[in-house]
Design a protein around this ligand. Sequence first.
Ligand SMILES: C[S@@+](CC[C@H](N)C(=O)[O-])C[C@H]1O[C@@H](n2cnc3c(N)ncnc32)[C@H](O)[C@@H]1O
Ligand code: SF4
Length: 381
Amino acid sequence: MNLLGVYIHWPYCARICPYCDFNVLRDRGREVEQRALKDAILADLRRHRALTGPRELTSIFLGGGTPSLMDPDWAGEMIALCKSLWTPAADLEITLEANPTDAESGRFSGFADAGVQRLSLGVQALDDASLALLGRNHGADEARRAAALGAKTFPRLSLDLIYARPDQTAQAWRAELAETIALGAEHLSPYQLTIEAGTAFDRAVKRGTLVPVAEDLAAELFDVTQQVLTDHGFTAYEVSNHARGQAARSRHNLVYWRGQDYVGVGPGAHGRLTLEGARTATFAAARPADYIAKVAGTGLGWATREALTGQQAAEERLLAGLRIEEGVSFAEIAALALTPVHPEVLDLIGAGLLAPDPDRLRATPAGRLVLNWVTSRLALA
Ligand SMILES: C[S@@+](CC[C@H](N)C(=O)[O-])C[C@H]1O[C@@H](n2cnc3c(N)ncnc32)[C@H](O)[C@@H]1O
Ligand code: SF4
C-alpha cells in the first residue's frame, strides 16, 4: 500500500507574532466556531478516505496556528478517526505543534493520552529580549520548562528556533544553540528569520524601525548552526532540519520531500493526492467559516483542486527532492528528460553543487544553500 500522510491545520493563536505569515487568527471569542471547525475537519477526513482508498498511514501532523490550544480530547478524536480510516504504519508518527507557555505545558499529558507521540515546540529563542522582539507570549524560562516537560512526556521532541534576529551575534548564537541542544531534543529546526511580505515585521523594516541582519552575518550564523549541530551529532537531513539518528528524522517532512501523497484538512491546508492517475494539488478554503461551509456543502473543505501536468509534477518533485540529502531518482522526474550525462547536470556536478550519482540527482550541502538557483537551472534545462 502506498504511504499517506495527514496534515490537520488548526489556525488559532493566542497572539499573532509579527513575523508570521501562516494562515492564523486570534483565538479569543471563537469557541462556537472552533467546535464547528473540529466537526468539519472530522467530516473532511471521512470524505478524503473515499478518495484515497485504503492506504498505509505514515504520519499525522497537527499544525498551525497553535493546535496545542485545542482541547486534547478533540485532538484525540481526530487521531482516532485517522487511525480507523487508514491502516496505521507500525512506526506511525503523530506530531503536535505547541507554543511553550505554562498553560499549554499543563495539558501535555492530555495530548499524550490522545495519542500524540512527537512534540514540535516553538521555543524560537532562549533569551527574554529576543522573545520580546519576536512578539512571543512566553519567556525563556517558560520555554525551558516546556522543553523539559515535553522531553519527559513524549517519546520524541523537536524544537524550533529562529535565528538571524536583529542584533544577534555569532558568539551569542553559538551559546544559545548549545543551550538548546542540552534541553534534550533529538530533532532541531533552526529557521533563519524571513521578513514575509505583509507582516508587521515587513512594515517595520519599511519604516526603518527594524533592521534585518546583514547578509554576510546571516551566512556566518548559518555556518555556525551547521558546525555546532554537526559537532553535537546532528545531521542536516534538510536545509533547516537536523536530527540525531535516522529514527529522529521527521517522517511527516519526508512525506513532503519524497513526493508522497498527503491529505490536507483544516482552513488553508494544502494536500497532494494521486487522483485518477494525476498528482493533484488541493487547497482548502482559508477562512474557518468558508471551510466549514465548503465541507457542509460538498463534503470536502477544498476551495480549489488542480491536476498537475507531468511536467509540473516532476518540477515539484525535483524542488522537494533536492532539499534532502537523498535527492530524487532520475526515474521519478523522467518528464524533465534529465540524465546523469545531461550537460547541465555535469556542469552543476563540476561546480560542486550536485553530487556525482548515476541513479539520483542529489544536491551537495553547497548546492542546498543555493537551491532555488540550482533547481531553476535544472528545470530550464
Ligand atoms: C506554524 S509555525 C509555529 C507553531 C507554533 N504556533 C509556534 O509559534 O511555536 C512553525 C515554525 O515556523 C517558524 N517561522 C514562522 N514564521 C517564520 C519566519 N518569518 N521566519 C523564520 N521562521 C518562521 C517558527 O520557528 C515556527 O515555530
Ligand atoms: S509563529 Fe506560531 S504562535 Fe506565532 S502567529 Fe505564527 S503560528 Fe501563531
